[in-house]
Structures are given as C-alpha cells and as structure tokens.
Design a protein around this ligand. Structure first.
Ligand code: TXA
Ligand code: MG
Length: 305
C-alpha cells in the first residue's frame, strides 16, 4: 500500500523530493486528485501512462504555480486566453495553447498544443513552486474509471504504483476542470466544468469572440467521447425525481444543490461499488451552469451498458 502523507511542511517536502527523483505522487487539487510527475522528465511522464493504462496519444494537463509559467510553455497566448486566465486562475480552468518546441511531446501526446492549468489548491501550488518546474497530471484513477476526490481513493485505485499521496482533503469542486481550446481562432469548450460557458462568455464580452460548445465535435480532446467516468454499477438516469421507479435504491439526487452534488458524486459512486451495488439511480441536475458539466459526466458514466 502506498503512503498517505499530511499536507504539512514535511509532506510537501517529501512530495517534492519524490517528484525530483522521477517518481509519481497523488496530488490534491480543487477539482479531483492528480497523478503527478515532473513535466520535464520524460521517463517519469511515460510512467504515468503505464500506471493509468492510458494510450500514449492522450495528452496530459500541465499544472503550474504562477500565471507567468504559462509563457514558458507557449509563446502564442491570445488576448482572449489572457482574459480568461486573468479572471479564472487559480481555478478549475484548463486552457489549450500552442506549445513551444521545448514542451515535451510525451506530455502532449505528440501534439503541438498543450493544456495548462493553475489549480486553486494551496498545497498543489506549494509543491509545484518548490519543485520549480511544471507538473504533468491526469486524474489519478485507472483509465476509464471515476476520478478520485480523496487521498484514500487514489490509494485504493493505484496502490503501490504511486510513491505517496498528499492528503489535501476532499476536493472542493469534485468534477474535472473546464477545458477551453484557445489554440484556434474560434474558442471552443472541449470539456464542461465549474467554469461555465456563461462565465466564459461573460469574460469575453467586448472581445469580438465567443466560446462555442465543442464537446460534441470531433474528438479534439481524446478520451472524452467514449464511455468514461464509469463505476462498475449500471448508472440509470432520470430527469425528475418523479420519474424514479418505486423502490429505486440507491438514489443519488443531483437536482437540488448542484454544487454539493458535484462534490460528492464520485465518492458516492465509489461507495456503491464498494458495497457491491449493481445499479445506481441518479436524478439529473438542470441543464445549466455546473449542472451541464455534471450531466456530461453522468451521461458518460451511463453509456454503453
Ligand atoms: O481537473 C482536472 O483537469 C484534473 C486535475 C488533476 O487537474 N485533470 C484531469 O486530467 O482531468 P485528465 O488527464 O483526466 O483529463 C485531461 C483531458 C483529457 O481528456 C485530454 O485529452 C485533454 O484534457 N487534453 C489535455 N491536453 C490537451 C491538448 N493539448 N489538446 C486537447 N486536449 C487535451
Ligand atoms: Mg481523467
């Protein structure tokens, strides 16, 4: 079993040492836990793909501690992209930008663009700052499974395949970051998240550009169109509480407090799997704001069964 360390000075120092040695760690963020490696160490980054069972063509998000680090990774940051990060960072927003030649193509899955995020989690930022390099991190689950939102989830999923997991508490947001492609003239939202389409378009007001929903377009963000975010149990979806069959059990009702539903959704799906439940009934949230992101994940969790 891997070690879970506290998010104190000693834990942070151990995490930084592990990354420096080319090892993988479980990194707390405000969205979900990441499986992190030094983004400049190709061998360590390759190890992420092996541990996750993830195809080498699926790019990883690069996490930074200060906004200026974005310019080390890209020399083509548009005004619209700057506006978004000025307002939404630190936070659950990943921007896709053209990558400098110096950015490892192991990290980008062979692409000439890179996804970058500045997480709103003090411990994550402290670890990245002390390492002095960007950190590549996908969600710390095995490929195709539900993302982890506690340190224990990471340990349960990855066991000894991670050197240590830093316990930064339960994730405050609970669903993965919004991904916005800023590498093209048209700004596209590739994955919905807590930074919503309305938030983005409000920020872009007066910039002669608007973000479009790119979630159902071509598979520009690999790994997001197939069945994903899936527990072992069959997930059954309902628009309204009234639609539930009588005796439906267990039920996860996301229709009232969407933020709190997002925070606990993945932990609940995991706990029902642990309890050996075969079916989980889920009442969907309204199709707006964070509810849109939650519906995206739930639809994928329910697909293909
Ligand atoms: O909230 C999050 O974003 C979490 C935490 C750990 O930061 N990370 C996360 O990573 O969800 P991951 O690997 O599970 O999902 C990253 C998604 C993938 O679908 C990948 O295809 C997309 O981001 N992505 C990354 N770089 C990209 C790029 N250059 N072009 C297109 N898509 C990219
Ligand atoms: Mg993931």
């Amino acid at each position: 079993m891997t070690r879970i360390v506290a998010a104190n000075e000693k834990g942070v120092a151990e995490a930084v040492d592990a990354l420096r040695a080319g090892n993988l760690i479980g990194l707390p963020t405000e969205t979900v836990y990441g499986l992190a490696a030094d983004a400049t160490n190709d061998e360590a980054v390759r190890h992420i793909f092996v541990v996750k069972g993830r195809p080498a063509s699926h790019p990883l998000i690069v996490h930074i501690a200060e906004p200026e680090q974005l310019f080390d990774l890209s020399d083509q940051v548009s005004d619209a992209c700057r506006t978004l990060i000025d307002h939404a960072w630190p936070g659950p927003l990943t921007v896709i930008v053209p990558a400098r030649a110096s950015v490892s193509r192991v990290v980008t899955g062979g692409r000439d663009t890179v996804g970058v995020r500045l997480p709103a989690h003090d411990t994550a930022r402290e670890i990245i700052r002390k390492l002095g390099r960007p950190v590549a991190a996908p969600s710390a689950n095995r490929f195709g499974h539900v993302s982890p939102t506690t340190a224990q989830h990471v340990a349960d999923d990855l066991g000894d395949d991670v050197d240590l997991v830093v316990d930064g508490g339960a994730c405050a947001v609970g669903v993965e970051s919004t991904i916005v492609d800023c590498s093209q003239p048209t700004i596209e939202i590739l994955r919905p998240g807590a930074v919503t389409e309305d938030d983005i378009n409000e920020l872009l007001t007066g910039m002669h550009t608007r973000a479009v929903d790119g979630t159902s377009g071509e598979a520009r963000a690999p790994g997001m169109l197939e069945r994903h975010y899936a527990p072992r149990a069959t997930v059954l979806l309902y628009e309204h509480r009234d639609d539930l069959p009588s005796g439906a059990d267990p039920v996860i009702d996301c229709s009232h407090d969407v933020a709190s539903a997002a925070r606990s959704l993945y932990a609940q799906l995991r706990s029902f799997d642990d309890a050996g439940r075969r079916q989980v009934h889920v009442v969907l949230p309204p199709r707006r704001g964070l509810g849109y992101a939650l519906r995206d994940r739930l639809t994928k969790a329910a697909a293909g069964r």
